[in-house]
Design a protein around this ligand. Sequence first.
Ligand SMILES: [Zn+2]
Length: 200
Amino acid sequence: MTASTTKTCSKCGTERPVSDFANSRGKQRRRDDLHPSCRVCRNAYYQKNREKILAQYAEYRNRPEEYAKLRQKRQQYQVKRFFYVRASNLKVRAICKDQTATTAEISRLWKKQRGICPITGRRLNRESAQLDHIVPIKLNGSDLVENLRWVHRDVNYAKRDLLDQDFYRLCWDVVSYSNLKPKRVNGDPKRMESPCLKLF
Ligand SMILES: [Zn+2]
């Protein structure tokens, strides 16, 4: 995928050079790491709501405990609406906003998988589960439910933009390089030491 030099603002819908968009520094990982709305729109928003924003900051500084409580409440609400939040996140990052899996679809997917990661067999919970694109977004995979599955977050991090075949190849290389014989550390079956680590 080649980086495009222009981007369409989500607010005014104008196509502008990428230099007109600020870098996105939030937790939300976007495909191009740029803000969805252009600098002009963001500046206009700030000018229009300046007092309100500054008042919010002031209040935040003056009553930190209240805000900690509020944030906690928001987090609890998000946990409650687990599937909804995941579906919304898909939509935020999607290029085709009308072609993303719905809340109901990803909830059904969870039930269909019985909360098990299909790659590791690990039992998933709401902290460890992540939605994986079977064909990665970078390889033009879609955000539709057919291209999604719930996997353990470690799998998702390790797999990143790999196809299954390339990911399995990586796992195979790791295991075969360690001579296929992991050694138990002090008899503890959970702590494995692979011989290849001794090389370093
Ligand atoms: Zn704009």
